[in-house]
Design a binder for this molecule. Structure first.
Ligand code: ATP
Length: 341
């Protein structure tokens, strides 16, 4: 039996509830598909910071380093010390965020099926912010050819395998002529290597409008770090909210999977959070393990998780966020039941 070591980081706020729900699904996956997960708890976030004075302890990093992948819940106030750091430490340069309309969920358009491929390690999130005196502050926007090249390549490789085969590069090169100028240039160069993939560009302000007006027209959105962060939260509102949006942080040798949202302290501990964001993040983890280790069992399990989630939504079993009445855990149990059929 294949065994995968998974660093498990439940996080803060609704994180532990979503993690508990997701583990129910992975338990069935182990039984049904002959995959063995060795889940190892790696503490990180606000609670650990309170307890130990550090948000991402060295022992957690060691666990992550020794794992095949990491499954992470959202982290609260210390998010920058945890996820931004992990993305840099493990060079997880691609943030992949699928935004897809599911049945029986209030969506802006039933044909929404897009995926953000967002650069994850530079731009204004590099942390190069300074006060230069007299109440003047600056933040450096770092955009490098190497990172533009690898994110553009990933966007086109992703698009190549999708029915619409289209990449939209999003930037503001008319204003940020040097930094977004480089991003735009590299995207155009990369497009030449993919004659079967359609390519267009949009200024970020126009993209915010088109996302609301014609979201069904998008396929793969290739972005720098900050624009992708903002636009993907906006896009999640088109498919039933942040609770429907999973995510992956992918590098060449490691990957970390987590919902795109934060710790939602306003609804924490109430068992009303939508677990689909984390359940589908686990599904993405199985897809990645399947591809990386050439393991068809993982690919089949990933497909089964999505099917069972769809079936559960069709059956009308939903949390209050989606208009239903069941709890976070009950929704997970319904997905478990659908998986067992
Ligand atoms: P943080 O400070 O950790 O970023 P936040 O509350 O400011 O947390 P998010 O957690 O990203 O930001 O979410 C914004 C709002 O979206 C939450 O307050 C919550 O109402 C809603 N939300 C987020 N995730 C979910 C979910 N899984 N299920 C239901 N509602 C959610």
């Amino acid at each position: 039996m294949t065994e995968y070591k998974i660093a498990l980081m439940p996080g803060d706020g609704i994180g532990p509830e979503l993690t508990e729900a997701t583990l129910k699904i992975l338990d069935v996956v182990q039984e049904n598909f002959g995959i063995n997960f060795n889940m190892i708890l790696a503490e990180a976030g606000d609670a650990v910071f309170k307890k130990r004075g550090v948000a991402l302890p060295e022992d957690s990093l060691k666990i992550i380093r020794e794992s095949h992948a990491c499954l992470k819940g959202p982290v609260g106030e210390t998010a920058a010390d945890v996820i931004v750091r992990l993305r840099l430490l493990f060079d997880l340069y691609a943030n992949v965020r699928p935004i897809k309309a599911f049945p029986n969920v209030p969506v802006a358009h039933p044909d929404i099926d897009m995926i953000f491929v967002r650069e994850n390690t530079e731009d204004v999130y590099k942390g190069l912010e300074y006060s230069i005196g007299n109440d003047v502050t600056v933040c450096l926007r770092v955009i490098t050819r190497q990172n533009c090249e690898r994110i553009a390549k990933r966007a086109f490789e992703t698009a190549k395998l999708r029915p619409k085969k289209k990449v939209t590069a999003i930037h503001k090169a008319n204003v940020m002529r040097v930094t977004d100028g480089l991003f735009k240039q590299v995207c155009q160069e990369t497009a030449k290597n993919y004659p079967d993939v359609k390519y267009n560009e949009m200024y970020v302000d126009a993209a915010t409008m088109h996302l609301i007006r014609t979201p069904q027209d998008f396929d793969v959105l290739c972005t720098c770090n900050m624009f992708g962060d903002i636009l993907s939260d906006e896009a999640a509102q088109l498919i039933g909210g942040l609770g429907m949006a999973p995510g992956a942080n992918i590098g060449d040798n490691f990957a970390l999977f987590e919902p795109i949202h934060g710790s939602a302290p306003d609804i924490a501990g109430k068992q009303i959070a939508n677990p689909i964001s984390m359940i589908l993040s686990a599904k993405m983890m199985l897809d990645w393990l399947g591809e990386r280790f050439n393991d068809s069992k993982c690919l089949k399990a990933a497909e089964a998780i999505e099917k069972a989630t769809v079936q559960t939504l069709i059956n009308g079993v939903t949390v209050p966020d989606l208009g239903g009445k069941v709890s976070t855990l009950q929704m997970a149990q319904a997905i478990v039941a659908a998986l067992k059929i």
